[in-house]
Design a protein around this ligand. Structure first.
Ligand code: FES
Ligand SMILES: [Fe+2]
Length: 376
């Protein structure tokens, strides 16, 4: 029995045209965060962004995922590794930020770990009876790469990544997602619950009201949401020109990704990989967002913008891609106040779960359903 068990999730486990949203306390209470950490963030495969953030052997980055501190690094063989960012001696945090290293040295008493996580040296520890370096390697987690995204899992017993993702690779096969290159990675903090951030990115309903003068005019009515197996939801919609530029900047359009069909070249696919990563595959660029809880009322958001290597090699890339990034920034600058305002409303003691618009918010309904099943 979990602490939210008194909460009624029954209306979340329904089709979008019948379902209600998650109860407001899921967005505002410390108990919800605690349950999410136990039943979601420590069980699920967590999308932690693009694999090229650690492109070369020795590259590392620290990730703070729902109170769990992780080091993601690439070892000498080019394999992704994920370790707990904690020393096996007396628990110091090993490293911050990102960079390149030959191994990880604890700043406290200088224990030194190799890229493979093995403890290599521990000054003066030969006097400790029965101490064996082989028993004191870093705590390792499972880390996998799919389509150029990184997924980590803290539960050694969890199903495989491919079982978790189901039809994820098949449905995204038209786009060369694996080969895309990240050109900008930004971290920001937003004063809203982590789920809210992902929800707004995955629904069309707010476009005419929150983005009337920017991105609204580029989106047509979306197709029906795809029925998929796997812990994700996805919806394709046609766009006027590229969805990655505003209507009045379409003359800065960069080439399409290679080998797109007519349909995929004229729209965008919005995908939310549960729990915390989402992306839009446009005809020419891909944006990815990760959202991580920082308590109930705040989240850390990481935005990554990616383009095909052929496009990045073009002489006009710098100038034209700046217009793409401006469009992304403009949309985010409009979403953030809407989210902060939604979070304020959710904290009203009389806030209630509400109904969805089934054509424009099916991704949100499908997430609520998945979430309810994890916590129910
Ligand atoms: S805590 Fe890391 S070496 Fe002592
Ligand atoms: Fe938006």
């Amino acid at each position: 029995m979990n602490k939210l068990s008194k909460m009624d999730f029954s209306k979340c486990i329904m089709a979008a045209d019948q379902a209600s949203s998650l109860p407001p306390s899921c967005y505002t209470s410390a108990a919800a965060i605690e349950e999410e950490i136990t039943h979601i963030f420590r069980q699920s495969w967590i999308g932690v962004g693009r694999a090229d953030v650690v492109a070369s052997p020795g590259d590392y980055i620290t990730l703070d995922v729902a109170e769990q501190q992780i080091i993601l690094l690439r070892d000498k063989e080019g394999q992704l590794c994920a370790y707990a960012n904690v020393c096996r001696h007396r628990g110091a945090r090993l490293v911050d930020g990102q960079g390149e290293c030959k191994g990880l040295r604890c700043p406290f008493h200088s224990w030194f770990y190799g890229l493979d996580g093995k403890l290599i040296s521990a000054p003066h520890m030969e006097k400790a009876q029965g101490f064996d370096k082989a028993d004191n390697g870093l705590i390792a987690y499972r880390a996998e790469e799919r389509l150029g995204f990184v997924f980590v899992n803290l539960n050694p017993e969890a199903p495989s990544i491919d079982e978790y993702l189901g039809e994820f690779a098949d449905i995204h096969a038209p786009w060369p997602i694996e080969t895309l290159v990240s050109v900008r990675r930004l971290e920001t903090v937003v004063d809203c619950n982590w789920k809210m951030f992902l929800e707004v990115f995955n629904e069309y309903y707010h476009l005419p009201f929150v983005h009337p003068d920017t991105v609204d005019s580029i989106y047509c009515a979306p197709d029906a949401v795809d029925q998929v197996t796997g812990a994700f939801t996805t919806q394709f919609g046609a766009t006027q020109g590229t969805g990655a530029l505003l209507e009045n900047t379409q003359n800065s359009a960069l080439p399409h990704m290679p080998n797109l069909s007519n349909q995929t070249a004229n729209g965008a696919r919005y995908t939310w990989v549960f729990p915390n990563m989402t992306f839009a595959a446009n005809c020419d660029a891909l944006w990815c967002y990760e959202a991580y809880p920082m308590g109930a009322n705040k989240c850390k958001v990481i935005q990554t913008s990616c383009f095909p290597p052929e496009t990045i090699a073009l002489p006009e890339f710098k100038e034209k891609s700046a217009v793409y990034l401006d469009r992304l920034d403009a949309a985010l600058a409009e979403d953030v106040p809407a989210l902060v305002n939604q979070q304020r409303g959710m904290n009203c003691p009389d806030a209630r779960a509400g109904r969805f618009q089934p054509d424009l918010e099916p991704n949100v309904a499908i997430f609520a359903n998945w979430y309810a099943q994890q916590l129910g």
